[in-house]
Design a protein around this ligand. Structure first.
Ligand code: HEM
Length: 422
């Protein structure tokens, strides 16, 4: 179909999606990024071609060597979750609203090597920025098709682009300070965070591909990509725990059996908690928070299945329809974690067509970190609280960067474990 000036393709079924994941001609993003006119320098999320490949390699190396699967990062996350749960001792009913600042602290740990107190003005500014960017994604979809709209929209003061642009400036000013502090710190051979990794690569390269401005854009990109997605998935998880108290109890009994009440959860505990894992898979399937992927572009004439895709066409991957395809998922609209269980419910099986993080060479590089967070937050919350509601719940969604819960739910977080020592 034609949207604006672009041929646009939406890949809706698993066979074609598998093809598209493996197609190197579909790795690019829209030529001018997602918000042309505001983001002249593209972040790794919006880049294409060789510059993307180099920046992606750096991000993956960093996540592998410093960020993921490392005890230190899991310890930092566990510390942050502890800070978060302790902050709820007086008023746990505020939990969903307080999730984002906590989740974004994990990204801060990755980028800056430290976490913030929730009332730190810089932290409040970052979280407001992340919120605004996520909301602006509704608009960025439209602007990818009608890029000429950007200037009239700014001139008319419409679509709060001015606010986005101001938010941009404030975040960049703060990140510049952090980068400067990293440049000035006593030189150590150890890479402690993403800024260290980037500056180190920058100093070794002669081609000027790694620029300070790009570093700042990447930091903002990581905050946006890593905060809203995890927060939104966790919020949906909480809703399903309330809607299906029997599943909440099942997870709690796995917690009792594997972790108990004295110890903080560990990511390795998941290996003995198949139902908890199945529950999180089902939340990701049924809500598909990044429902249409981030827009891809054909960098040359190519094909998806039998369809010819001309160069520069825009391509959406419709994860929602694959995740709700009755040929792949019997009774797809029913929330049923048991569909992922096998061998008498002792094993969890993830089929290849569950793709909340996309797949192939441009798949989400934060999947490992996100999985650690989803598990540790869910288990940490249920170790302390029983969650319920005495009002009917609305599962209506709102579209931004992710599909988010539209209305603030009325939830009751009943303290289950008063022991604050874990
Ligand atoms: C539940 C949580 C998350 C979901 C569902 C999710 C999903 C996605 C999806 C669908 C994409 C687009 C991939 C494509 O174009 O094929 C993506 C890209 C990306 N994600 Fe995530 N993500 C999550 C968490 C995270 C986290 C925690 C981080 C940070 C560590 C992160 C960083 C990124 C980055 C940097 C990209 C751009 C990659 C590129 O263009 O090369 N994400 N994510």
């Amino acid at each position: 179909m034609k949207l604006g000036q672009y041929d646009t393709f939406v890949v809706c079924d698993w066979d074609n999606l598998k093809d598209a994941f493996a197609n190197d001609a579909l790795l690019a993003r829209p030529a001018k990024g997602f918000i042309s006119g505001i983001e002249e320098t593209l972040s790794v999320i919006a880049m294409s071609g060789d510059v993307w490949r180099e920046h992606r390699r750096l991000s993956l190396n960093f996540l592998r060597n410093v960020g993921l699967g490392k005890r230190e990062m899991e310890t930092l996350i566990s510390e942050e979750i502890h800070q978060f749960l302790s902050s709820l001792e007086d008023d746990a009913n505020d939990l969903p609203q307080r999730l984002m600042p906590s989740v974004s602290n994990n990204i801060a740990a990755l980028l800056f090597g430290r976490i913030f107190y929730y009332d730190d003005p810089d932290k409040i500014m970052i979280d407001q920025g992340v919120q605004r960017f996520s909301e602006s994604f509704q608009l960025t979809g439209i602007l990818s098709f009608f890029p000429w709209l950007i200037k009239p929209l700014i001139a008319l003061g419409k679509a709060n682009l001015k606010v986005i642009s101001k938010t941009h400036q404030r975040m960049h000013a703060f990140i510049s300070k952090e980068v400067l502090a990293h440049k000035n710190k006593v030189k150590s051979t150890e890479i402690e965070d993403y800024i260290d990794e980037y500056l180190n690569a920058q100093s070794k390269r002669k081609d000027n591909l790694f620029k300070d401005m790009t570093l700042r854009r990447n930091v903002v990109g990581f905050f946006v990509a890593g905060s809203e997605t995890v927060t939104s998935t966790l919020t949906w998880a909480i809703m399903y725990l309330v809607q299906y108290p029997q599943y909440q109890e099942k997870i709690r009994s796995e917690i009792q059996e594997v972790i108990g009440t004295e110890k903080r959860p560990d990511f390795s505990d998941r290996l003995r908690m198949p139902f908890t894992q199945a529950f999180l898979y089902e939340v990701q399937r049924i809500e598909s928070v990044v429902a249409f992927n981030l827009i891809r572009r054909a960098s040359q004439d190519t094909k998806i299945g039998p369809y010819n895709v001309p160069k520069d066409s825009l391509v959406f991957f419709n994860f929602w329809s694959v995740h709700h395809d009755p040929k792949l998922w019997p009774n797809p609209d029913k929330f049923n974690p048991n569909r992922f269980l096998a061998e008498n419910s002792t094993k969890v099986v993830k089929p290849p067509y569950l793709v909340p993080f996309s797949a192939g060479k441009r798949a989400c590089p934060g999947e490992g970190l996100a999985n650690v967070e989803l598990f540790l937050y869910t288990v940490g919350i249920l170790q302390r609280f029983k969650i319920k509601s005495d009002k009917p719940l609305s599962f209506d969604a709102h579209f931004g960067l992710t599909r988010r819960l539209k209305y603030k739910p009325d939830l009751i977080f009943e303290k289950y474990l008063s022991n604050n020592s874990i």
